[in-house]
Design a protein around this ligand. Structure first.
Ligand SMILES: [Zn+2]
Length: 476
C-alpha cells in the first residue's frame, strides 16, 4: 500500500451499479424516500430572536442533535455559495438559523479531526495523531457532560476511525454502527474487492428508532454520516453528471435528502420546537487543487474548510451569518454554553456566542485577527516512519503551511487575495513568514492536555485494518 501522502485515488465515472443497489435496497424497505420530492417542508417552529438564542440555556427541555457529514467541504453547499443545488434542506436550515462562514477543521483526517472537535483541543494537545493513537479515557467529552446533565446520549456512526477502541464512545449510552438490515453491499470504486455495509439511510433509520423510543426524554443524539466520503448516492440524486467531482455533488444531494426526511420526522414528533441542531464536518475533500485528490494527506484549504450551521427551536428571520473565522474546536464550547451544560475543561477553542451576538447586531466582518490551526502527521498511517507534522497556521489574512520535517519548504498565502492558496508569497513577505513560522513551532510545542501525559495506543486487528482500508486509507 502506498504512503497516504502520495496516494492518489484512481477515479472513474461512477457508480451506477452502486446507486442502483442503494436505490433498490431502500425501495425494498418501503421507505419511499425517492418519491417524496424536496419541496417545501413543513416547519411549525415559531419565529425567534437573538434573545431567544441566549435564553436557551434557561430552558430545561432542549435536545441536541449533532449531525456530522464526513468529508464535506463547505463550498459545495448552496448556502456557502455553490452554484449547484446540492443542499436544499441544509440551505433551509442555514437560512433560518446561524451559518458560520469561515469554519476551519483541525485536521484532514477523521480520527485526528474528531479528537479535536470533541475535546476543543488542537491536535498537538489531543495527541491523537497517528493510526494507533487513542483518545485518552481521561479526556472529558461533550457526551459525558450531557450524560451528567441528565440527557440520554446516543450515537450512530459508520466511520471506523471513530470506533470505540479509539476512545470515541466515552459518555454514550448507545454507540451504534448500524448493520444494513437490507443486506445491501456497497462497493468502493477504487477497492472493488472490499464490500462496504449499508448506506446513510441506515443511520436515519436508527435515528428514527431512537426518537421513537426516547424522543420524549431529553436527549443528545450524534449522527456521523459517510455516504459523501464514499461518493454514494441514489438514482434520484444523480443530478450533476458522472465524473468524480460530479459524483461528490450527487452524494451531497443524496445525504441532504436523507436529512430532509429526518427533519420531517422531528417535525412530526413535535420535536423541532425543542431541538438544537448542530451540523458540521470533520474535513473537506481535494479535487486536484494542490497535490492530488482525496483527504488525509495535507492541510490546504480545500480539505480544512468545513460547514458549521446551527438551527434552533425557533426560526431566525433573517438567519444570522457569522463572518468571523471559527474552528471546530469552538463548536462544543459554543453549543454547550447555548444549552446551559457545563463547559469542557481548558479548551483551545472558545465560545462563539460573542461572535453570534455581534453578527446578530449587524457587525460581522471577516476577522482580521482570527487564528485557525489545522494539523496532520503526514506519516500517520506508517507506523515505522517518524512523524512528519504539517501545520496550517492562519492569522487574519495570512495562512502559513508549515512542514516541521522540512521547514524551508513552508509556504505563505494571502487568504483574502488568494483564497485557493495558489500563489506562495513567502519570499515577498519575509517578516510575516518568520513570525508565523515561530507561531507554528510554538504551537507544536503546546502544553499537555488537561488529563496530563496519558497518550494511549491500541493494537488494531486485521479485521479492523481491512475495514479502515476499505474506506480508502493506506494503513500499515
Ligand atoms: Zn473523515
Amino acid at each position: 500500500m502506498s504512503e497516504p501522502e502520495h496516494r492518489v485515488k484512481k477515479r472513474r465515472p461512477v457508480l451506477e451499479v452502486l446507486a442502483a443497489i442503494v436505490a433498490i435496497a431502500l425501495l425494498a424497505a418501503g421507505i419511499g424516500l425517492f418519491f417524496s420530492g424536496d419541496g417545501e417542508r413543513r416547519d411549525s417552529r415559531p419565529i425567534g430572536t437573538i434573545d431567544d438564542v441566549l435564553a436557551l440555556r434557561d430552558r430545561d427541555d432542549v435536545n441536541v442533535l449533532f449531525i456530522l457529514v464526513d468529508t464535506l467541504r463547505a463550498d459545495r453547499l448552496g448556502c456557502y455559495g455553490y452554484e449547484r443545488d446540492t443542499s436544499p434542506n441544509l440551505d433551509a436550515l442555514a437560512a433560518s438559523g446561524i451559518r458560520f462562514a469561515q469554519q476551519v477543521s483541525q485536521s484532514s483526517w477523521t480520527k485526528c479531526s474528531m479528537s479535536s472537535l470533541w475535546t476543543g483541543l488542537y491536535p498537538a494537545r489531543t495527541r491523537s495523531l497517528r493510526a494507533y493513537d487513542v483518545l485518552s479515557e481521561q479526556a472529558t467529552t461533550p457526551a459525558e457532560l450531557f450524560r451528567e446533565a441528565g440527557f440520554r446520549t446516543a450515537a450512530v456512526w459508520r466511520n471506523g476511525w471513530i470506533a470505540p477502541n479509539f476512545g470515541f464512545s466515552q459518555g454514550f449510552e448507545i454507540y451504534l454502527s448500524p448493520l444494513s438490515p437490507r443486506g445491501a453491499k456497497m462497493r468502493r470504486i477504487d477497492s472493488p474487492n472490499i464490500a462496504l455495509e449499508g448506506s446513510d439511510g441506515d443511520i436515519i433509520d436508527s435515528a428514527r428508532e431512537f426518537l421513537r423510543a426516547h424522543g420524549h426524554e431529553r436527549w443528545f443524539l450524534y449522527l456521523h454520516m459517510m455516504d459523501v466520503h464514499q461518493y454514494a448516492y441514489s438514482e434520484d440524486t444523480a443530478l450533476f453528471g458522472t465524473n468524480y467531482s460530479d459524483s461528490y455533488d450527487n452524494s451531497i444531494r443524496w445525504v441532504d435528502s436523507l436529512l430532509g426526511h429526518l427533519f420531517d420526522e422531528l417535525e412530526q414528533r413535535g420535536l423541532r420546537e425543542n431541538t438544537l441542531i448542530v451540523f458540521s464536518s470533520d474535513h473537506g475533500e481535494a479535487f486536484g487543487e494542490h497535490d492530488g485528490e482525496g483527504h488525509a494527506r495535507n492541510v490546504y484549504g480545500e480539505v480544512t474548510t468545513t460547514p458549521l450551521i446551527m438551527s434552533f427551536p425557533f426560526r431566525l428571520e433573517p438567519g444570522i451569518v457569522v463572518e468571523a473565522r471559527s474552528e471546530n474546536v469552538d463548536l462544543w464550547p459554543t453549543a454547550l454554553e447555548l444549552v446551559g451544560v457545563p463547559p469542557l475543561p481548558d479548551t483551545d477553542g472558545q465560545s462563539l456566542v460573542p461572535d453570534i451576538v455581534a453578527a446578530a447586531g449587524g457587525a460581522s466582518e471577516p476577522d482580521a485577527e482570527g487564528i485557525a490551526i489545522a494539523h496532520l502527521d503526514q506519516s500517520w498511517g506508517r507506523e515505522q516512519q517518524k512523524p512528519r507534522p504539517m501545520v496550517s497556521y492562519t492569522e487574519g489574512r495570512w495562512r502559513l503551511i508549515y512542514r516541521a520535517h522540512a521547514p524551508k519548504t513552508s509556504e505563505l498565502y494571502d487568504k483574502w487575495q488568494d483564497p485557493r492558496e495558489q500563489q506562495n508569497i513567502a519570499d515577498d513577505w519575509p517578516e510575516v513568514y518568520e513570525d508565523l513560522v515561530a507561531k507554528a513551532e510554538a504551537y507544536l510545542a503546546s502544553r499537555p492536555p488537561p488529563w496530563g501525559d496519558d497518550a494511549p495506543t491500541v493494537e488494531i486487528d486485521e479485521m479492523q485494518l481491512n475495514q479502515l482500508r476499505a474506506l480508502g486509507y493506506g494503513v500499515q
